[in-house]
Write a protein that binds this ligand. Structure first.
Ligand SMILES: [Fe+2]
Length: 135
């Protein structure tokens, strides 16, 4: 069954990857916040926002690959949450248009942090438990 698909060592590596990716997302939020609180150009703040989005997209795709590999039963719902998060984030950033100000960057970072935390505490928590319990 699952044990043949996911050996114990591989499970540990996937959980570590999951934790590392989440820590990276939180760190990328902090980098946006830091830039907004310091004398950093708006172009740099926008670059950090783009970096967050690129990393989130990459991480979600990797996570969806893991879910398929272990036949995670809630994969469709989880993937839909990823899609919704990315779309909401993109829409929120776009809503500021070309007139984005430094304080808008803080609002975006706060929003990103909120959705990362919510997703991690709900969807990713279930996935993590499934991976750890798959034996
Ligand atoms: Fe996820």
């Amino acid at each position: 069954m699952i044990v043949s698909i996911l050996e114990s060592e591989e499970k540990g590596a996937r959980v570590t990857d999951l934790d590392d990716a989440h820590a990276e997302l939180v760190d990328l939020c902090r980098r946006i916040e830091w830039a907004c609180e310091h004398d950093v150009s708006v172009a740099t703040i926008l670059e950090r926002i783009r970096t967050f989005m690129i990393y989130a997209r990459w991480h979600f795709a990797a996570e969806e690959g893991w879910m398929r590999a272990v036949h995670y039963p809630n994969a469709i719902d989880h993937q839909a949450d990823h899609t919704r998060l990315l779309q909401d984030a993109q829409d929120f950033v776009a809503s500021f248009g070309d007139a984005l100000q430094r304080e808008d960057g803080s609002a975006i970072a706060t929003y990103f942090r909120f959705w990362v935390n919510r997703h991690m505490s709900e969807k990713d928590r279930s996935l993590r438990a499934f991976i750890q319990g798959a034996d």
